[in-house]
Design a protein around this ligand. Sequence first.
Ligand code: EPU
Length: 329
Amino acid sequence: MSTTLRISAEPLDPAAEAAALHAETISNLFRDLHLLLPKDTLVRRDEPLAKRTTLRVGGPADLYIEPGSDAALSLVLETARFRGLPVILLGRGSNLLVRDGGLRGVVVSLAHPHFSRIETEGNRITAGAGARLKAIAHEARRAGLGGLEFFEGIPGSLGGALRMNAGAMGAWTFDRVERLRCMDRSGAIRDLPAAEVPVEYRACPLLRTHIALGAVLRAEPADPEVVRSRMEQCSHKRWESQPNEPSAGCTFKNPLPTLPAGRLIDELGLKGTRIGDAMVSPVHANFLVNLGNATARDVLTLIGLVRERARTLRAIELETEVEIIGEDA
Ligand code: EPU
């Protein structure tokens, strides 16, 4: 006679099981951080990221943290590593496309005043990674220093600009960096002369693994009125040649120094092409703008369409400059 063994519990769906486990890890980390971190560090759960990016699309982060000190940042890294969760740094979100499902893990922003200080001494400006580039440009003008006017036109923070080696008006961020202060993923701080930090067009490879904390920038004495007028030129050029709608700035890297992605996409006749509420800007073709209710999916589909046209019609492989993170909904 045979017997049948019956297990009464419902069989578990592996995806549901993984999601439950993940939610528990997040709850544990949230509790650890509340216990360990000083009160001036902001910790939130399920923080919508759309409002923290200039493109204004994308889902939430499991945890969103604004550490109030170097020690608090180091503690966040250590605690997240212990729980096996990734930590992603968010600047002003001006070069970021977050997918609609958001980010599993921890998002850290250096928006606390501790990381946003700007101090001038002689020809040098020491600024934290959270400082806005615009604020640095204005502080330089106030102090009678020139050379940083191009920061006026970049809507980001110093941390993001260092990581991206952001540029405008023919100048790059690292043209002006004398020293870089950064933290590795174990919390150790390094203060490096710029000569020891390799950089490329739109990249500082060291900052793929390290977190920029700030930098010493080199400027030169200049008449504040001359600096003001150069800043106005940068700002004017930007308003004249770039769209006002929400965007993540230039979407693609220029494929060649002699072939700007904007001109290529324009020549492909794609200005005004629309998927949902995402559109190739009629003002500058390398900007994909959000007309109001775009989803990350709309923008990604449009990116795919532009890349496909460039590939089939011009045999050019466009690479995104915008960083794409998170998971689909
Ligand atoms: N152009 C067109 N059609 C367009 C857009 C541009 O024909 O729709 C032509 C322009 O007329 C110009 C050339 O393409 O002859 C280059 O355009 P632009 O001067 O705007 O410079 P860009 O190479 O498109 C770069 C940076 C921008 C930065 C500007 C201004 C890259 C990918 N982009 O743009 O950076 O603001 O120079 O200095 O390197 C960003 O990184 O997010 C960004 C916007």
